[in-house]
Each structure stands twice: as structure tokens, then as C-alpha cells.
Design a protein around this ligand. Structure first.
Ligand SMILES: O=C(CO)[C@H](O)[C@H](O)COP(=O)(O)O
Length: 322
């Protein structure tokens, strides 16, 4: 069974109605798209959600709850992150229907999310057209109590960070396994670091001098150039760069901001997969059907259940709605 069947169901239902009201954006960057969403039938009023394995179900819950809370009618420029949780974000956004999506533009963090946006029939933009994004929702490899995170498991951290920084609101969505006290507890393979290809050997040496572990406590290889699977040679990012995975001892991982700054200063480093002080909230889906929300104001709350049909918040500008 496909993990996001609602995308397929709903993308076909987005209709382009000629008498649909115009909903302007408060985002000064926003230019209404010329390309309409995929014409189709009417939106169903409710959707029967397929049963998923526990972790997939948890990802879906986190994504749906985050979209319900942070993607409202007034949001017109929306960043779409990378990874296996993000298809559920697109799924829920599509379920908000034609009227909400008609004049929105979606900005991807890489090849995968670009494909997601296009296949969903949504309007694609890029961050060089939209330097301010209303809201970006992205996955994470691990998130600590202060909402610092490790990202780049999919080698997308450069674009992910640009879209996080461009976003007025940046939200992370993940399953319960990603929720940690200290980064590096569950994501043990190291901090993903995007580097200029010709500089990789020098950066590896400098990371080693900085204290990156050549061997993990479990005996597995530590600091290394990420190699392709089913491809001879290194992983090449969407930007043509290499990825180094650099694990550090727990004492250093407890100070992610310091580590981020030190790594970023190494010549040849393009971007570091440590995201510090950027997120407004992180949504963690749980196996029991609840969602835990950790916010940047220090509050933590729980949603006991997420409805099958989307909750669409926010208001269009009444003055121009027909
Ligand atoms: O940072 C990322 C890609 O570079 C992803 O957001 C991260 O790997 C999370 O992915 P998933 O939702 O599959 O766990």
C-alpha cells in the first residue's frame, strides 16, 4: 500500500473554478501563480485514512497536526522540506482543498520535494523568487529539548536551512524516535556536513583535529565521506557537493551552537546539518495516536487525536473575496 494514498486521491480533486475568489497574501514577496492547480473533481468532505505501520502512522499524525496548526488560509508561500515525513505534509495541504491551494506557491528543499509538489499538481516556485516564505514544514533526524536538530540524513541540509531561515515560521515534523535530550543519542552516524568536493579531504582532517570520532562507541566507522548506495563513489547533493558525516563525543554534542559555529568556520564547508534556534515548534507523532508538540517558548503539549479531515484555520482578506 502506498504510504500517502490521499495525495493521489486528493490531487485529482483540486478543481480550478473560474469564479473562485481572489485571496491575496500579506507576504510582500507573493506573486499569484499563473499556473493553476490540476483541474479535477470536487473535494470529498471526508477521507478514509488507511491504517499504517506504527512509525508511518506517527509521521502522518505529526505532519497532519502541524499543517492544521500552521498552514492557514492566509499562507500563500509555503516551504516543503525533505524526507519520508514530508509527503504527509503535502497530503494534508492538498486535503485543505482547491480554494486554499489555488493561489499558493510551494518552495522545495530539494529534488524529492520538488517532485512531490509537481506530482501533487501544486504550483512550484523557488527560493530565489520568494526570499520570504510564510511557513516551511520539514522533517528532522533528531531534535533536542531546546529544538536544536540534526538534519541532512537525505543530504538536503543546505537548501533546508535556506528555506528554514527564509520562513517566518519553521516547523519540524517527526515520529517519536527523533525526540532526544542530547543530539547524537539516536542519530549516531554524525552531523551531516555539505562540503565543496575538492576540499573534502582537508575538511575531514580538520574535523578529526576538532575532535570528531573516527570510530563510534559501537565499533562502527565514524567520521567519513558519505558514499552512495547502488552508486560507485560519494553521495553528491542536489547542489553538486559531497557530504561528510561527522560524529562527535557527547560532551561536544551537548553544545550544538558552539559546534555549529566551529564547523561552519572550516574552509570548504558549505553548510552544517545542525539547525539551532530556528524552529518555532516540533511535532512528534506517537504510536498511541497522540502528538507531542514542543515549542520555542518552552511549552510542551499533547494532542490526543488528529482528525481525519483537515482543520483549516486563518482568514482570507474579506475585501477582495468575491
Ligand atoms: O534532513 C532531512 C533530509 O536532508 C530530512 O528532513 C530528515 O532526514 C528526516 O527525514 P525523515 O522524515 O525521513 O525521517
Amino acid at each position: 500500500m502506498a504510504p500517502t494514498p490521499a495525495v493521489d486521491i486528493l490531487k485529482a480533486t483540486l478543481a480550478s473554478s473560474p469564479d473562485a475568489p481572489k485571496i491575496p497574501s500579506s507576504n510582500p514577496n507573493f506573486i499569484p501563480p499563473t499556473q493553476p492547480v490540476t483541474p479535477g473533481k470536487q473535494l470529498p468532505t471526508s477521507v478514509e485514512l488507511p491504517v499504517l505501520p506504527a512509525v508511518e502512522g506517527a509521521k502522518r499524525l505529526a505532519a497532519y497536526a502541524a499543517v492544521d496548526d500552521y498552514v492557514g488560509l492566509q499562507h500563500k508561500v509555503i516551504g516543503i522540506g525533505s524526507g519520508s515525513t514530508v509527503p504527509y505534509v503535502v497530503d494534508r495541504i492538498l486535503a485543505q482543498g482547491l480554494q486554499a491551494n489555488k493561489e499558493r506557491v510551494f518552495i522545495p528543499t530539494g529534488f524529492q520535494s520538488k517532485e512531490l509538489i509537481i506530482k501533487a499538481g501544486l504550483t512550484l516556485g523557488d527560493v530565489d523568487q520568494y526570499a520570504t516564505i510564510d511557513v516551511t514544514i520539514d522533517g528532522a533526524d533528531e531534535v533536542d529539548n531546546e529544538l536544536n536538530s540534526i538534519k541532512g540524513g537525505g543530504a538536503c541540509q543546505l537548501r533546508e536551512k535556506v528555506l528554514a531561515e527564509a520562513a517566518e515560521t519553521w516547523i519540524m515534523v517527526a515520529d517519536y524516535r527523533k525526540n532526544s535530550h542530547v543530539l547524537g543519542t539516536t542519530w549516531t552516524q554524525g552531523i551531516p556536513i555539505e562540503v565543496a568536493p575538492f576540499a573534502y579531504a582537508k575538511v575531514l582532517t580538520n574535523l578529526s583535529h576538532m575532535g570528531s570520532l573516527s570510530t563510534l562507541p559501537n565499533g562502527k566507522p565514524g567520521l567519513n565521506l558519505r558514499m552512495g548506495k547502488m552508486k560507485a563513489g560519494p553521495v553528491v547533493s542536489d547542489n553538486g557537493n559531497f557530504i561528510i558525516d561527522a560524529p562527535f563525543p557527547e560532551e561536544m554534542m551537548k553544545k550544538p551552537v558552539d559546534l555549529l559555529h566551529r564547523i561552519k568556520m572550516l574552509t570548504g564547508v558549505v553548510e552544517v546539518g545542525l539547525f539551532c534556534g530556528m524552529a518555532k515548534a516540533a511535532y512528534f507523532g506517537n504510536e498511541d495516536g497522540t502528538v507531542m508538540i514542543r515549542r520555542n517558548d518552552g511549552t510542551v503539549s499533547k494532542i490526543s487525536s488528529v482528525p481525519n479531515t483537515p482543520v483549516l484555520k486563518g482568514q482570507a482578506d474579506d475585501a477582495t473575496v468575491a
